[in-house]
Ligand binder design. Structure first.
Ligand code: ADP
Ligand code: TRP
Length: 343
């Protein structure tokens, strides 16, 4: 029997920051390494999704490749056929399937997507694109084309996953078993182990998450920051005037963020790190410890990144895009036959 598929994608509009790396990339790479002997793992770059928010068109092509390479720098295996990487835009079935599935998705349900409502409000221009509205249908195509049963995503994407399940079920009810319906959110959570997702906060506004979308260069550590620059950002992190270190998200969000960062970066439990630092009256020691770890991490990732075999990566991308095209065309053909576009 064919292996079940685990599929996930990470948007690639700009360089990644430490939050992306620790909160999404490393966990994805670890998941891929853990499950690649028993599952087919598809990790793709949803580059067609990128246009739904502002991007730099001039650098976009290189940006996508650069971000893909970060996954390999983080330890994604290059020579494992069960781990496939591809760009959405290089697999034409994603777009074709979206045009079809648009007709099996209700306007009302799409209008209720929280991410759409939120992003719509944040866009300052008058122009709210159909692309932004239709984004979840493209995401459903990404998933359904590959018979993916498990789709690890953050909280904010769960509603989109539910939509993909609804579309698949609606289609199957009308035309017979065509799509593999992804597992329920609950089953997925059980499979991946329910954990509280990591949230790294901005070093300057510790009530907001570290984010590339917000103009906050000193609060955000970019993966390609000079390690010494990153050190300075940590050392000038906003803290408080309490005067003693405590893990307290409400009253000491800046200090708590540093404690969380330190635990993740050292691979220690939060309790262990808290025990070491709680009660200390000097914040400098904690900042120094975090800065050391951040420097170490950036130096390591940047060195591995520089040593990656670009030719081999592009070769793998080419091979995997062939695979993805072959696989997705089969699903597309099933759908085309079901609705009378093909015999
Ligand atoms: P941004 O907010 O910087 O635009 P995205 O929303 O594109 O980032 O993030 C992609 C993924 O990276 C998210 O789904 C999440 O898993 C992870 N991520 C982003 N910011 C953080 C953060 N501050 N802490 C932990 N994980 C994060
Ligand atoms: N929408 C996801 C995000 O913003 C990225 C994404 C696109 C995705 N297609 C997907 C994730 C399919 C999982 C499966 O993070």
């Amino acid at each position: 029997m064919a292996k079940s598929t685990i599929l996930t994608g990470l948007r690639t509009n700009a360089d990644y920051h430490l939050g992306n790396y620790l909160g999404a990339i490393l966990p994805m790479v670890q998941m891929a390494r853990k499950h690649s002997s028993d599952y087919q793992i598809n990790m793709f770059i949803p580059d067609l999704h990128s246009f739904t928010t502002p991007i730099d068109f001039d650098t976009f092509y290189e940006q996508s490749i650069r971000n893909l390479k970060v996954f390999f720098a983080a330890g994604l295996p290059l020579d494992n056929e069960n781990v496939r990487v591809y760009r959405q835009s290089h697999v034409t079935a994603h777009s074709e399937m979206t045009v079809i599935l648009n007709n099996f998705t209700s306007f009302g349900q799409l209008s209720r997507m929280v991410e759409f409502k939120e992003k719509r409000e944040r866009i300052d221009e008058e122009f709210v694109s159909v692309g932004l509205f239709d984004y979840p249908v493209l995401m459903a195509s990404d998933i359904l084309l590959y018979d993916a049963e498990y789709v690890p995503v953050g909280d904010d994407q769960r509603q989109h996953l539910e939509l993909a399940r609804d579309i698949a079920e609606r289609f199957n009810n009308r035309f017979g078993e065509t799509f593999v319906v992804p597992k329920t959110i609950k089953q997925q959570a059980e499979f991946f182990g329910i954990e509280e997702p990591l949230r790294i906060m901005s070093l300057q506004n510790p009530d907001k998450k570290m984010s590339k979308s917000i103009d906050d260069p000193n609060g955000t550590i970019m993966l390609f920051d000079e390690p010494s620059v990153a050190r300075k950002k940590v050392m000038s992190a906003v803290t408080d005037s309490v005067g003693s270190v405590n893990f307290d998200r409400v009253n000491q969000p800046g200090i708590t963020n540093l404690l969380i960062l330190l635990a993740v970066l050292c691979g220690k439990s939060q309790e262990e790190v808290n025990k070491e630092f709680t009660g200390m009256s000097q914040y400098g020691e904690l900042k120094n410890a975090v800065a050391d770890q951040v420097e170490l991490l950036l130096e390591g990732v940047q060195k591995t990144f520089a040593e990656l075999d670009d030719v081999r990566i592009m070769e793998k991308l080419g091979q995997d895009e062939l695979y993805a095209n072959e696989y997705s065309q089969k699903t597309l053909l099933k759908v085309q036959k079901a609705i009378g576009l093909r015999k």
